[in-house]
Design a protein around this ligand. Structure first.
Ligand SMILES: [Cu+2]
Length: 64
């Protein structure tokens, strides 16, 4: 399933990399695509929206 999550705290590519690595460290089969311009994270994963949002929060960002 592909989850689309708006993360307004994304400011640059580094934020995107931080979030990508955080998700993939806990969900190794997740495909993550971050769009810095629209501050959107797309995650193709078996994990739930709640799980992915929790990981993003742990990484220091604020999902909507
Ligand atoms: Cu940044």
């Amino acid at each position: 399933m592909t989850l689309t999550i708006k993360v307004p705290s994304i400011a640059c590519e580094v934020c995107g990399n931080t979030i990508t690595k955080a998700i993939q460290s806990q969900q190794s089969d997740a495909q993550v695509a971050v769009d810095v311009t629209t501050k959107t994270v797309k995650v193709d994963t078996a994990a739930s929206m709640e799980q992915i949002k929790a990981i993003i929060t742990e990484a220091g960002h604020t999902p909507e």
